[in-house]
Structure formats: C-alpha cells, structure tokens
Ligand binder design. Structure first.
Ligand SMILES: Cc1cc2nc3c(=O)[nH]c(=O)nc-3n(C[C@H](O)[C@H](O)[C@H](O)COP(=O)(O)OP(=O)(O)OC[C@H]3O[C@@H](n4cnc5c(N)ncnc54)[C@H](O)[C@@H]3O)c2cc1C
Length: 409
C-alpha cells in the first residue's frame, strides 16, 4: 500500500475538480487530483464553455491561448416552432470579454486546464486512479482510499474535495442528505454531419410533440433529443427507422443523412437528474459540482456551475489551506457562497421543465410557442435576459487567488 501525504486531495478530474485543483496549486497549496479514467477523452458530456468561464481564462491571462484550441463560437441561439422562427438568446451584449459560447470538446478544455496546472510543483494529477473509500478518524475525513495503476493507495490530506460527478462515490459513502428535485425528462445525445447548406445557427426545434436542440459544431451537429423520463426503451421499441422519420419531421434538411445514425450505439442517454445536497460538507470533506448538485441539462449550465464552484472553493480556502487544515465553518462558507446561484438556477430549470417542456412534449397539436418565446421573438432586447442567465449565470465568481511564484516548476 502506497501512502501519499498532501494538503488537499480532489477526487474527480472533471470541470469542478480540475478548476479547483489548478487554482489551489497555483496559489501554493499542495494538491493531488485523482481521476479514474486514464485520459480525458471520453463520451460527449457537454461541450459548452460559457462566457463566464472564458472570463476566468482571461483573468488567468490565458484566454488567447485557450481560443487557439479548435472550437466554434455561438453568439446567438434560435428557435423554430412550426412556422414560427426567431432568434431567442443573444450573447452579443454580455458585459464579458467574450460574447459567445465556445463549443469545444470537454476533453480539450480539461487537457488545457491540466496543462496549466502542471506548471506548478504543487500539482499532482493521478490519472487512472479511482477513489474507493474515505479514511475517517475521530469523526473527520482525513483522506481517501484509491486504486491506481500500481495498486491500492491511501492519500492523506487536510481536506478532501469530492468533485466526482453526479454518481459521486464519495457522496454515497457519507450520510449527507440529498433532496431529489425531480426530472420529468431524459435526453438522447447524438451527432450527424453538417452540410454547407444547413441553417447557420444553433437552434431549438419544437415540432409535432418533439423538442430537439441542435448545436452547430462546424463539421457536425450535436443533437439533443428530449424524451419523457425513462422513455428510451419506447423510442427503441418503435425502431430506428421511425426515429429517423421523426428526426426528419423536425429538421427536414437532415433527410439526406439521418441514415448516418446506423444503430442505437451512436446515441448516448443522459438520464436527467436534478438534486442537491442539504449540506455540502462534513469535517475534512467538501463536495462541489455535480457531486453536490446535479443540474438539469436545460440551459447547458452544468459545466459552468461546476467551474464556478471550483473557483469559489479556491477563493475561500486557498489562504487557510496553505497553512494547514480548514474548519467546518470555512467549508460552510463555500456552500453559503454557492447555494444561492445553484438554488436559483435549479428553480428556473424546474420551472422550464414543468411549465414549458413537459406540456409540449408529446403534444403534437401545439401550434404556437409559449408567450415568453413569442415576446422574445418580437422584442430583441428580451433575448439578452436568457443570454445573461445561460452565459454568465447568477453571481459569477472571479479569481481572487494569486499565483505563488514559489509553486512554479
Ligand atoms: C451526455 C451529457 C451531456 C451534457 N451536456 C451538457 C451541456 O451541454 N452543457 C453543460 O453545461 N453541461 C452538460 N452536461 C452536464 C455536465 O457534463 C456536468 O454538469 C459537469 O460536467 C459537472 O462537472 P463536475 O466536474 O462536477 O463532474 P463531472 O464532469 O461528472 O466530472 C467528474 C469526474 O470525476 C471522475 N470520477 C468519478 N468517480 C470517480 C472516482 N471514484 N475516483 C476518481 N475519479 C472519479 C469522472 O471520471 C469525471 O471525470 C452534460 C452531461 C452529460 C452526461
């Protein structure tokens, strides 16, 4: 058994864990990040880098380098509802450096963050290492048990941050209470080739009881097909040919390429879950990102909120962690800082789920969009509001930690 001693152990190298790891290491806090996969290259998990995250890249002084990575800018989101067609979300007026969402594969983003973090001797990223248990002494978490490429190991730390996602292993090992907030939908994600003559903007389509979001990724469409909760088996039972037909009904321009979706393996089910821990911490342990609050995909804000949690955790804890352990009160401050944005965002998502999406899903007769959409179609200034909520979010975080020159390699 290998034993590692560090100041902070972060489980999960997703957006929340990598951001917290980078900022803590940069501020001179020894950090070990455990990521169970051997690389960041895996299934599509949300490729939206929001204006607020781009702002953080700017604050770190790396925005220009970041934007050199292959990506596609999305400044406007449109909607089509039968014959009604309009722009709905307009990011071009945001008070941020970048007035667009950068569509970029999440693995490129995570690789970029880990590349920045590797500049610090305080950063220790262990890929292919899965956290399997908590080490507890006298009622406090003092470390993590893990399985790495060379066998079992123990990482002892003053603080463990669980950023291991919506199916968090560490969360399941605690008695922290979770509030399930309800999700009446699931989402099927897949991609189809893009063609030169296709519509030019990423769009929401409401057609014949179907709700589909098509994100323009340059040479392909990333497509989200919304279905009632647990409905994937019903979709499959109708057969792939019927699915192709429905797809063409919604987006006729895809008729020449739906067959590229040749089997169900090309479709990834996102089983939507919306929940929130009542308390995000216990002595020696803090949960952030999806591990503390799984978000609905509505608005595509899960990555953004996870990153914001990472920034807040670093802002509030780096100073103390550099010197030694942090108290329960310190951890409570992170939750207090992040709870309002998370709660409000989930409230808006649930309102959308219940009042817009659920009624429209399956209602093949609906022939005009809800009032809010019609108003946004008529008054362009109204399109700035959803852009603000999606692109920047509630009470955005800014980087308050500083680089410790002694931490640089
Ligand atoms: C199909 C799909 C589509 C999505 N689309 C969008 C979108 O368009 N926009 C958006 O904003 N959000 C989207 N999301 C949600 C978004 O991906 C999450 O909200 C966000 O990634 C949460 O970040 P996180 O760091 O908290 O957790 P995660 O991104 O889930 O990262 C957790 C990390 O922990 C690792 N891990 C798990 N268990 C362990 C363990 N025991 N030990 C070590 N490592 C572990 C995982 O491998 C993973 O790398 C989507 C999610 C899915 C599944």
């Amino acid at each position: 058994m290998t034993t590692v001693q560090t100041r902070c152990c972060i489980t999960g190298g997703g957006p929340a864990g990598m951001m917290a790891g980078l900022l803590l290491a940069r501020a001179g806090v020894p950090v070990t990040v455990l990521e169970k996969h051997v690389d960041f290259f895996r299934d599509f998990r949300g490729d939206t880098i929001h204006p607020s995250t781009l702002e953080l890249m700017y604050e770190l002084g790396v925005l220009d380098d970041f934007l050199k990575l292959p990506h596609k800018n999305t400044s406007v989101l449109s909607m089509r509802f039968g014959a009604f067609e309009s722009e709905m979300v307009d990011f071009r007026h945001l008070p941020t450096k970048c007035k667009f969402i950068a569509m970029m594969p999440q693995w490129d983003f995570l690789d970029f963050l880990s590349g920045l973090a590797r500049r610090y001797r305080t950063f220790d990223l262990r890929m292919g290492t899965e956290a399997t248990g908590l080490i507890e002494e006298d009622g406090a978490v003092v470390g993590v048990r893990a399985e790495g490429p060379d066998g079992p190991l123990e990482i002892r730390a003053d603080l463990v941050i669980a950023a291991d996602g919506r199916h968090s292993t560490l969360r399941a090992l605690t008695d922290l209470e979770v509030d399930e907030l309800g999700a009446p939908i699931d989402v099927l994600w897949f991609r189809l080739p893009h063609d030169g003559g296709d519509p030019e903007t990423s769009s929401f389509y409401f057609e014949a009881g179907h709700i589909v979001i098509m994100l323009d990724r340059g040479d392909y469409w990333q497509i989200a097909w919304v279905i009632p909760k647990g409905g994937f088996d019903t979709v499959k039972a109708k057969g792939l040919a019927a699915f192709h037909q429905d797809l063409v009904k919604v987006a006729p321009f895809l008729s020449d390429r739906v067959s590229a979706l040749a089997d169900w393996d090309g479709i990834k089910l996102l089983s939507v879950q919306v929940d929130r821990l009542r308390t995000w911490h216990k002595p020696g342990l803090l949960l952030i990102g999806d591990a503390a609050h799984a978000m609905s995909p509505i608005g595509g804000v899960g990555v953004n909120l996870a990153i914001q949690d990472g920034v807040a955790a670093a802002n509030l804890l780096a100073g103390k962690l550099r010197e030694g352990p942090v108290s329960q009160a310190d951890l409570a401050r992170v939750q207090a800082r992040r709870l309002f944005p998370v709660k409000l965002t989930q409230k808006l998502q649930i309102m959308m789920q219940d009042q817009v999406i659920r009624p429209l899903l399956g209602d093949a007769e609906a022939d005009e969009p809800p009032l809010a959409f019609r108003l946004a179609g008529r008054f362009p200034k109204l399109r700035r509001l959803p852009a603000r909520v999606i692109g920047v979010g509630v009470r955005p975080e800014h980087i308050e930690t500083h680089e410790d020159p002694a931490a640089l390699i």
